[in-house]
Design a protein around this ligand. Structure first.
Ligand code: GAP
Length: 463
């Protein structure tokens, strides 16, 4: 019977991540930096595969979305006019007994998590943006922010993208990149961290069609997560209450996933209305951010589109599906992590990742690590499969096939290819292919291997 770690706790996943090289605490040798993690050799592959899958679905497979890669350092006025300077804050309390600090809305029954005291200060807002100085002169004007969301670069480049692509409504701009938040209490491994990655789409629509588009995007995003392998029963939709909405949102639906610590937000799909384009359009004092002189239009070129019929400028509404990459990785690890009882009484850990997400696609294993002919053949096969462009192919030359299978089950490698004595002695040369999930083995001719592997990893077959 399969046993899922969520029935217990997060420790098994954290342990697998460290042991097998998915995720490490950052600056570990100096004691770690709280709420910051590094992705190891396998983590980087998994994360990139997830981001590539998102980019494929959001940009390549659609005809109404462009991509963008904006800067992380952000002009302070962008985040002033976006409302983040004034409102991007969480309520913080201090414990008077042990002097620790907490996010007020995370405390259970208003008690300090460290010492249990109820003697806490009144909550006060703590702005989560990281500030940094830019240039050699440090004064009140020389600071910038590390962006707290990728979205703002999309709004500030709205005109540039329209002008360079001639897009008309409805259309979207997609971006994947780092975001930074000085979380009061980072927790639950990579779930709530201070440096993370977002996959965001800002989809611009005609005002009045926004509710309909919002619903469409909620459904599309839920389906996409299921295509990445998350089970329907582990996903839930949650409509935020008026009190919970961000300052820019008219309505937000969260996609919750059943993480080891419970159902929590994986992605939010917000109706940001014309809030951001509108805010950046207003004349911004001496800086006139985004404002280029246009004689016939209030001396300011708006972040707006000209309606062909009415000739009026319209500020589009924005629907924003915004997903966390790190939370996505944690969800995939949680969903995939499976402990199976085998017939011989032993157990195996299998990471059941969909093929397109697996960090290593194929492990090629020589049966005898010191046999030159076998190792050479394995190397040739590795190079041939690598040239197919389906992702990382690994030469696993430890000489212990049993251990190799166990290791690759644990890290989710869909197939292992074993090169043995028969491979080099018999004609036609054949190798053993072993499937991660069924553990079934079959012999395939080396000449047919590229075709077999290509078929196996066909994008439409990403199971
Ligand atoms: N642009 C909209 C926006 O940033 P958000 O709900 O604050 O909205 C979007 O963040 C997504 O980013 C969340 O659903 C979550 O997946 C991810 N995220 C937010 N804060 C995070 C944190 N501290 N650590 C990891 N992921 C985070």
């Amino acid at each position: 019977m399969d046993r899922k770690p969520r029935d217990k706790d997060m420790n098994e996943i954290v342990s697998l991540c460290k042991r097998r090289g998915f995720i490490f605490a950052s600056s570990d040798i100096y004691g770690g930096l709280q709420g910051v993690y590094d992705y190891g050799p396998l983590g980087v592959e998994l994360k990139r595969n997830l981001m590539a899958s998102w980019w494929r679905a959001m940009v390549y497979e659609r005809d109404d979305v462009e991509g963008l890669d904006g800067a992380i350092l952000t002009h302070r006025l962008v985040l002033r006019h976006s409302g983040h300077e004034a409102t991007f804050a969480d309520p913080m309390v201090d414990c008077r007994s042990c002097k620790s600090r907490w996010r007020a809305d995370h405390l259970v029954k208003g008690k300090c998590e460290k010492c249990g005291s109820s003697d806490l200060t009144e909550p006060r807002p703590f702005n989560m943006m990281f500030k940094t100085t830019v240039g050699p002169i440090v004064d009140d004007e020389s600071y910038a922010y590390l962006r707290p969301e990728t979205a703002q670069a999309i709004f500030t480049n709205f005109k540039n993208v329209i002008d360079s692509t001639s897009r008309r409504l409805p259309f979207g701009i997609a971006q994947i990149g780092k975001a930074f938040r000085n979380e009061i209490t980072p927790r639950n491994f990579i779930f709530r961290v201070r440096e993370f990655e977002q996959m965001e789409l800002e989809f611009f629509v005609m005002p009045g069609t926004d509710d309909e588009w919002h619903e469409k995007w909620v459904a599309a995003r839920q389906n996409w997560w299921m295509e990445q392998g998350l089970a329907k029963e582990n996903l839930k939709l949650y409509r935020q209450t008026k009190e919970e909405l961000s300052h820019y949102s008219k309505a937000t639906v969260d996609i919750l996933y059943k993480f080891p610590h419970g159902f929590e937000e994986l992605e939010g799909i917000a109706n940001r209305t014309d809030y951001d384009l509108g805010s950046h359009t207003k004349e911004q004092g001496q800086f006139k951010l985004m404002a280029r002189v246009e004689p016939n239009h209030d001396s300011v070129e708006k972040l707006a589109v000209r309606d062909a019929e009415s000739e009026q400028f319209i500020v589009p509404f924005v629907i924003e599906p915004s997903a966390g990459v790190d939370r996505g990785v944690l969800a995939l690890l949680t969903e995939g992590y499976t402990v199976e009882d085998l017939e011989n009484g032993s157990q195996r850990v299998v990471l059941k990742l969909r093929r397109h997400l697996a960090p290593i696609k194929v492990a090629v294993m020589p049966l005898a690590r010191n046999n030159e002919a076998i190792v050479d053949m394995a190397k040739q096969i590795k190079a041939k499969l690598q040239s197919l462009g389906i992702g990382r192919i690994l030469l696993e030359n430890t000489g212990n096939i049993g251990k190799g299978y166990r290791r690759h089950d644990e890290v989710g490698t869909p197939i292992c290819v074993t090169v043995d004595f028969e491979t080099i002695e018999k004609t036609p040369a054949k190798v053993t292919i072993r499937d991660r999930d069924t553990m079934k083995q079959e012999r395939v001719a080396v000449s047919e291997l590229p075709q077999f592997v290509r078929e196996y990893f066909r994008p439409s077959d990403s199971q």
